[in-house]
Ligand binder design. Structure first.
Ligand SMILES: [Zn+2]
Length: 186
């Protein structure tokens, strides 16, 4: 698996409140100082860091712009069709830089230990987020919509423990492959 939660609880965001949210609207938003991480420097939007969910059509955002074009087109088409059912599909995480992924892994190891971290987060060398071939969709109603209809667009839930993580792993209209239990299985 490639991400610890639908909205990863990142330690440097702990306690983020109204004031910090306002700061995030400044041009340097997303550039938070980090503690306890081996990856130096603050993550920014250029790492694919998202301070809040974005539309699949927000191609100004590197998290969306750097997705594999076929995956981006699929999630955009799904989002368009989901709207007819009153469901708005948003992207909580898309493309991530290698150092962003490394940060997530370091954070998971610090929080859960190496073995549980392995089930929760892939390293930069294995994460499909780093190659732009995975999206974390939300909110939960959107995930449920994708569980029902995603295969029509080639979009499949990959890990049984991540209802939000979708990749293009089938041809549109075909069945999805069996899910892996978690990230340690691939
Ligand atoms: Zn993911």
């Amino acid at each position: 698996m490639t991400c610890p939660s639908p909205r990863p609880k990142l330690p440097w965001r702990a306690g983020v409140g109204v004031a910090a949210t306002a700061l995030m609207a400044l041009p340097a938003y997303g550039a938070f100082a980090q503690t306890g991480s081996s990856s130096a420097g603050a993550l920014t939007v250029d790492d694919g860091y998202l301070s809040e969910p974005v539309s699949p059509f927000d191609t100004e955002s590197p998290a969306v712009a750097n997705l594999d074009p076929a995956l981006r087109a699929a999630i955009q088409q799904a989002a368009t069709d989901a709207r007819r059912d009153g469901v708005r599909i948003m992207i909580n995480s898309g493309w991530r830089s290698g150092r962003y992924q490394q940060h997530l892994l370091d954070d998971a190891i610090a929080s859960y230990g190496p073995s549980e971290a392995d089930r929760r987060v892939n390293g930069p060398d294995r994460s499909t987020h780093v190659t732009g071939k995975a999206v974390d969709a939300g909110p939960p109603v959107a995930d449920r919509w994708l569980q029902r209809h995603g295969a029509a667009y080639g979009l499949c839930q990959v890990y049984a423990n991540e209802i939000w993580h979708y990749e293009l792993t089938t041809r549109p209209g075909r069945s999805c492959p069996p899910q892996l239990p978690d990230a340690s299985a691939d």
